[in-house]
Design a protein around this ligand. Structure first.
Ligand code: EPU
Length: 338
């Protein structure tokens, strides 16, 4: 096995944090993963895949396993739908483009989300009215301690808003190795009700959009609002949008009648954290190389050489400001590695 030493992880996490991995190994097959997990000379292992939802705040004194499992295959196929099996190391957006090329619908609203397919279930990625769970069938994951492969059905995964069993009961216990998704071949269900998508389609005079049109609209919206990690380090939304009870929401709304919100059903209300942060004056603010994106206050950015600690300090400052001003607690969506 080609274990490398003292490797910078700057190009392996979308925040572009230059933490050092003491040991580093590229994983290209399930067998190799099994063997690597059994290496007793390296008792501490750390898993990295697309690195799109993590903030590294220190060097990693462990064997870093970079999950690079590749391959997409058709698992089931009938007149209406197709079930595809995607290996964990496949880039998510390239998968979306692949599915559009073949005319498969279901993930077009999830265009341009950074990261790999294997990590998509962990936080149940979502955007513009669609979440991974809407097309998810199951995933296969390797148990880190026993190296056994387990199949998790959609129910097993206990998906919620940016949440799953892999962030809770099963946290740190499994490595997702592949994901099965069910996509439509015809009669696609288009989700264009999200305001920004409707506007984008209208501007382009598209009345009967195809899945490709929806994807193009999402790409245009994201490019306009969200920084490209290849240019400015970031991890997408840093915080989750807080979900509050009706009682808390009503008190909040009384004081902030213009605040945007989404009614979630079940007497729960979601308040956009980006709005809360902007109201606290942090949108576009920069402290050294750590900053808040000028077009979307929910996104923290690394303008070059910010450390993970500097980003984390900024996150704490923002969290405190929001709590002081609105009495609402916002929590990170990003996995913080301490
Ligand atoms: N807003 C502000 N100021 C800001 C940002 C947002 O006032 O700086 C307001 C907007 O005007 C709008 C509302 O907040 O009224 C919602 O904004 P937006 O539509 O941009 O969506 P979001 O709630 O901020 C969520 C996801 C994004 C996803 C978008 C679109 C979370 C944590 N974030 O953001 O996901 O792309 O909706 O569906 O749920 C990600 O997870 O990395 C991500 C980018």
């Amino acid at each position: 096995m080609n274990i490398q030493e003292n490797i910078s992880l700057k190009n392996y996490n979308t925040f572009g944090i230059g933490a050092i991995a003491k040991f580093f190994l590229e994983i290209n097959s399930l067998l190799q993963l099994q063997k690597a997990l059994q290496l007793s000379a390296y008792p501490e292992k750390f898993i990295i895949s697309g690195g799109s939802n993590m903030l590294l705040t220190k060097d990693i004194d462990a064997l870093v396993l970079h999950i690079n499992l590749k391959g997409i295959s058709v698992f089931e196929d009938d007149d209406e739908t197709v079930v595809i099996k995607v290996m964990a190391g496949e880039n998510w957006h390239e998968l979306v483009l692949w599915s559009l090329e073949l005319g498969y619908g279901g993930i077009e609203n999830l265009s341009l989300i950074p990261g790999n397919t294997g990590t998509a279930p962990i936080q149940n990625i979502g955007a513009y009215g669609v979440e991974l769970k809407d097309v998810f069938v199951s995933c296969q994951a390797m148990h880190i301690k026993t190296q056994e492969l387990h199949e998790f059905t959609k129910e097993d995964c206990k998906f919620g808003y940016r949440d799953s069993i892999f962030k809770n009961d099963a946290k740190g216990e499994y490595i997702i190795t592949s994901v099965k998704l069910k996509l439509t071949k015809n009669g696609h269900t288009l989700n264009t009700f999200y305001g920004a998508i409707e506007e984008e389609l209208e501007q382009n005079n598209i009345i009967h959009p195809t899945i490709k049109d929806v994807s193009n609209a999402v790409i245009a919206i994201r490019k306009n609002k969200l920084p490209d990690p290849a240019e400015i380090g970031n991890s997408g939304s840093f915080f989750k949008n807080p979900v509050v009870s009706k009682k808390i929401f009503e008190a909040f709304q009384k004081k902030n009648p213009d605040a945007p919100y989404y009614e979630m059903g079940d007497k729960k209300f979601k308040i956009p954290a980006g709005w809360l942060i902007e109201q606290c004056g942090y949108k576009g603010k920069r402290f050294g190389d750590a900053g808040v994106h000028p077009k979307q206050a929910l996104v923290l950015v690394n303008y070059g050489n910010a450390t993970g600690e500097e980003i984390l300090d900024l996150a704490f400052t923002i969290k405190k400001a929001v709590l002081d001003k609105f009495k609402i607690s916002i929590v990170p969506e990003v996995n913080i590695i301490k």
